[in-house]
Design a binder for this molecule. Structure first.
Ligand code: ZN
Length: 270
């Protein structure tokens, strides 16, 4: 992944996705917005206790840099599910303002231009999908629960059903989120992964510093799920940036708890 700077606004992009001329994308940091206090400064969440005008302005800052209209953004009421919706004109603008009701889901797909898919993150894994053949995209919020429940696989299946996407034509990005360095869990979470995935033990280690605790590599598990679905290894880019390791750059739920803002993963067809 690469860091981009536009004035005070700092954001990340995948080198592999930047080469695709018919899409735009980014993952925001906490820098370059107008929110203050623990929300400093680019909070994109309406439910974090921020002034709605601040969140509005922060969306403007991101949208100006991306060259898109805020009114074309769609967001979801994320509930750690694997529910995916197909975004079309009827939901344009959904959720870029607090007063617009949002659908409960954690991912969306579209092949319509001008709809900006936005998912919210603060440690949970953002998954970007681009079908380079059929010009379709997908954006998913996949925390440990979503990863355990197979969000990445569900996205490949959904794009196949909706757009005839072939896995070998998918380029995927696994964005900034909590890394194995920091994602410490208890045995019950380990058991869930071990039960679900044959390969899980490759991505789970004992926490050497903490007896009875484990660490899980959600990036590796998501990549392995995509490989099993037929996505090519060369077409999967792992950002490799841990949000908990860099609280000065990112909001991290594990570091800050509820007193934190929210970053956005943006993806759209031009
Ligand atoms: Zn870390």
């Amino acid at each position: 992944m690469k860091l981009n700077i536009d004035g005070n606004f700092k954001y990340y992009t995948f080198e592999s996705l930047e080469k695709i001329d018919f899409i735009g994308h980014c993952f925001t940091s906490r820098h370059g917005g107008v929110s203050t206090g623990y929300l400093e400064s680019l909070n994109l969440g309406f439910s974090r206790g921020d002034e709605p005008e601040n969140v509005d302005k922060n969306f403007d800052i991101v949208c100006n840099t991306l060259g898109v209209k805020k009114e074309n953004c769609v967001t979801l009421k994320q509930v750690h599910s694997t529910k995916i919706i197909t975004a079309d004109e009827s939901i344009k603008g959904m959720g870029f303002r607090k007063d617009i009701n949002r659908i409960e889901a954690d991912a969306f797909v579209t092949n319509k231009k001008g709809i900006v898919l936005v998912t919210f993150h603060a440690d949970c894994v953002p998954l970007f999908f681009v079908d380079t053949e059929n010009k379709a995209i997908g954006m998913a919020h996949s925390g440990w629960r979503g990863t355990a429940d197979g969000m990445a696989a569900a996205m490949v299946d959904r794009m196949k059903d909706e757009f005839g996407t072939k896995p070998e034509n998918i380029k995927a990005g696994i964005g900034p989120s909590i890394g194995i360095c920091c994602f410490q869990v208890d045995k019950p979470v380990v058991d869930i992964f071990m039960e679900k995935y044959k390969f899980a033990d490759k991505y789970i280690v004992n926490d050497k510093l903490c007896e009875g605790k484990y660490k899980i590599d959600l990036w590796g598990i998501n990549k392995e799920i995509l490989l099993e679905k037929g996505v090519k290894a060369d077409n999967i880019e792992i950002g490799g940036i841990c949000t908990k390791c860099h609280p000065e750059t990112f909001y991290s739920h594990r570091v800050m708890g509820e007193k934190r803002g929210t970053m956005g993963a943006f993806l759209f067809l031009k």
